[in-house]
Design a protein around this ligand. Sequence first.
Ligand SMILES: [Zn+2]
Length: 240
Amino acid sequence: VSRIIGGWILGVRRIGKEVIIDVADGPDRPADRWCGVHLRMTGRLLVQGAGDPPNPRPRARFELADGRAVEFADTRRFGTIRVVTDPAELEIPGLDPLSPRFTAAQLGQLIGTSSQPIKVWLLRQDRLVGLGNIYACEICHAARIHPARPARDLSAADLVAVHRHTRRILRRAIANCGTTFADFQDAHGLTGSYQQYLQVYARAGEPCRRCSGPARDKPRILRIVQAGRSTFYCPGCQPD
Ligand SMILES: [Zn+2]
């Protein structure tokens, strides 16, 4: 990490859950090293003004020449920081679902002939980067798709729905402070603003917010385990 001390930050971008900082020797020099901060489950990068009280226990602190600092807060300490000098090392195999290149047709190509349950497939970081367990449950519910359906059996209309809701849910999560969503996954008491949007996640036994009308036999959210992870879905609007 000492290789970036004294360098100029030329740009900051995000690929999935990794934040990439482009670093050069001067403002007019090309970037020749890259710092990747992977947020994993609970990591956050916080900009601190000159007068702000420092975070009690940041994983790392980047001090900027103008007096500000960027702190890497990471309560569960799964996040990583790496510095590489070869940009090829930054290439990650999966596609960023928020990239303009990501289309419903491309989702179908990525799925190919995979017989994995769609909810399990959505978590594959070598296909789509950055989808966590909560997102995958919420996407299946929003798209009205049973989480155990083999991915290859999705119709063209299903693919359009999964594509659309994946982008919508991810955008909203990022707008609501990004990883607040991930924090909530393990700290149910947390008042992450995304919590109010959750339709199925951690709601086992509760009525479905979409299809449980007062006059009807109320479907309740079910919890199953897929590939070792909890899945929540509504048997009413996500039929087999
Ligand atoms: Zn429902």
